[in-house]
Design a protein around this ligand. Sequence first.
Ligand code: ADQ
Length: 489
Amino acid sequence: CRASEGKPMKQRLLVVANRLPVSAVRRGEDSWSLDISAGGLVSALLGVRDVDAKWIGWAGVNVPDEVGQRALTKALAEKRCIPVFLDEEIVHQYYNGYCNNILWPLFHYLGLPQEDRLATTRSFQSQFDAYKRANQMFADVVNEHYEEGDVVWCHDYHLMFLPKCLKDFNGKMKVGWFLHTPFPSSEIHRTLPSRSELLKSVLAADLVGFHTYDYARHFVSACTRILGLEGTPEGVEDQGKLTRVAAFPIGIDSDRFKRALELPAVKVHINELTQRFAGRKVMLGVDRLDMIKGIPQKILAFEKFLEENPEWRDKVVLLQIAVPTRTDVPEYQKLTSQVHEIVGRINGRFGTLTAVPIHHLDRSLDFHALCALYAVTDVALVTSLRDGMNLVSYEFVACQGAKKGVLILSEFAGAAQSLGAGALLVNPWNVTEVAKSIGYALNMPSDEREKRHRHNYAHVTTHTAQDWAETFVSELNDTVVEAQLRTRQ
Ligand code: ADQ
């Protein structure tokens, strides 16, 4: 930290992510209204001590004119945000194309796009070029705002090319990169046509972080097998330059959830829900409606449970809250119809004139409604086919101080490595196994429930988002200092 008039100044942190944590709506030629999202990353970074953080990213809107850009930049500055302006064409190629159509499915083990293979192969190179161009645009904004000593923390699969762009501009910049999704086995990564270029770009960072040790190990294997580099206990070495690779499991701001449960409005909501579902056990799923979240598999497992346990048919209800995402993409539209079809069939099959077994909502819930739902739930079902971490499992646990409900958790979510001892772990593809776990969870004796809950609650309330961010930033600082010492020796 630099000193000014005897007082140490806070270290500046530039957080670079594809999306700024705001939704921006244009109200006039030069006026914008901004809504800051209070998501996990924002509260994580607000909690980091002695750091002065600013965000750099895309505001999620196309602003072709200069007047609009200037007005948005000014409005965002008050929220400590700096925009990167991307036009529609680049968003289409970089974001919809390379990020969401190629990297997202690949990193979640869904492989490269199956439909219309030839078209994908043809557009692959142009999408990768757009990806690199977009990453350079983020880098240009970082470079413009960078001051000596700043820490630059790049986030996620959208910005794998960014560490290289930043280090090319200034080799002394402290650069960290963190991946929020899984990093797949090197055998999956090697199918990617741009596999080497992406790995090399990430290796330009000083510190590379993942949610779990397995993802870090996969990344190091990809570097050794594909690039022929040397893996060391600290990371990856290339001609004397060490890139540190480590696991930094994210957490949540658990106090925010605990505080919400004390609010009168949330208590009213909890009472309403308790009355509404009196006499029935409540099971809950909260997910973005994405292929990786395993929603159809979860609902089919619930159907199997009802099929095999008729005595439970009017005693349990599944509430599935699914926020629609990427609604313009045919595959996601197909997933929505598939889920609706399965839910309709099951409700037709097991419903009565007065009750249905599944309530499925295609929407997002506000924070207080979500907390109330978590609090009244007896069994949460998180059955992702792959998930970097999965914060819903953490949020459920944080809201269960009173009820001590059961978490059924996919072994393919990063969270399985931290909450595995308290949760019932399942293979989400095995519908019979998940159905059995539902039965086990609903019949679990209270002392076992309490023991499992205690384990998870202790983890969630002590491994918070603030700790995660603080640890990453301090390790990044240490890594740079160690590297300087090594080069001096
Ligand atoms: P996501 O895939 O978005 O994030 P997740 O970790 O589950 O997944 O977080 C989702 C967030 O959205 C949670 O805070 C949840 O409360 C909220 N949410 C989901 N459905 C909702 C609904 N219907 N209504 C309201 N809120 C809803 C990526 C990776 C994850 C990783 C995170 C953080 O894919 O694996 O855990 O980043 O690193």
